[in-house]
Design a binder for this molecule. Structure first.
Ligand SMILES: O=C(O)[C@H](O)[C@@H](O)[C@H](O)[C@H](O)COP(=O)(O)O
Length: 243
């Protein structure tokens, strides 16, 4: 198990490098296994990357029929609300990648019948013991990952694989999130963070500060942190890895 920090100049470089590596890695995995499970994240950094990924995936060897998409977290809002992480990702990826809806495992939307806790239990059942090949994660200025927020009930230890989150410090207040042990059922975790606002959260997470949920997330094989200079600006010198 290893952690690697990849420092890049700016946010655009992060999007290009992550999109390029993700496409290459998925194609490589598809050569040796029938299905690849990719867990997606929400957030501006990821959305920018998805746009470039969709461009690169056009005319590539990526086989969308061998890809299963999952989500690390979802904003619990109505199905057509553009704030949904899944809509934001799928609307970008589907420009060139034709993934069947049966292989696109979106978390439930708010429909007035079930609350986020019931919907989380439903997703837990859908997930079963699926382990992700790659999990993408953003990180908040406050250090949250997926919808696990520091000093908040969402970061309390739980035996659940998926939880409903209420009173989230970030809008919208109701969410669904994989828990830390579920995120850790990933062969590889790829963090994406850009901008100086993330520097403190990134530095504390990489230093293993238990107050920061990101410190507890590791791929079984590898954990990558793709950072621009702003997000990496508070890292000690030992984290200066060449690209
Ligand atoms: O639903 C969400 O809000 C996200 O899943 C969240 O965990 C996000 O990934 C981070 O907040 C980083 O987002 P940015 O890249 O927009 O800063």
């Amino acid at each position: 198990m290893y952690t690697r920090v990849v420092r890049l100049d700016d946010a655009l470089d992060v999007s290009i490098v992550v999109a390029t590596r993700l496409l290459d890695r998925l194609i490589e995995l598809q050569r040796s296994q029938p299905i690849v499970h990719l867990c997606l994240t929400g957030g501006d950094a990821a959305n920018a990357m998805y746009e470039i990924f969709a461009e690169l995936a056009k005319d590539s060897e990526l086989d969308a029929s061998k890809l299963q998409l999952w989500w690390g977290d979802e904003r619990f809002v109505p199905a057509t609300d553009p704030a949904r992480n899944s809509l934001q990702a799928v609307s970008r990826l589907a420009r060139t990648v034709s993934i069947k809806s049966a292989d696109t495992h979106m978390m439930a939307a708010k429909d007035g019948r079930k609350d986020s806790h019931e919907s989380a239990a439903e997703y837990e059942a859908e997930l079963g013991d699926t382990a992700f090949d790659i999990t993408l994660l953003g990180i908040g200025v406050d250090g949250h990952v997926a919808s696990i927020f520091p000093a908040h009930p969402s970061s309390e230890p739980t035996s659940r694989a998926v939880i409903g989150v209420t009173d989230s410090p970030k809008e919208p207040s109701e969410r669904i999130s994989l828990t830390l042990p579920t995120l850790n059922r990933s062969e590889e975790v790829w963090f994406i963070a850009t901008g100086e606002g993330k520097a403190e959260a990134v530095a504390h997470s990489l230093a293993g500060d238990p107050a920061f949920p990101g410190a507890a997330v590791h791929g079984r094989v590898a954990t990558f942190w793709y950072l621009d200079e702003g997000a990496a600006s508070e890292l000690p010198a030992q984290f200066t890895c060449p690209f």
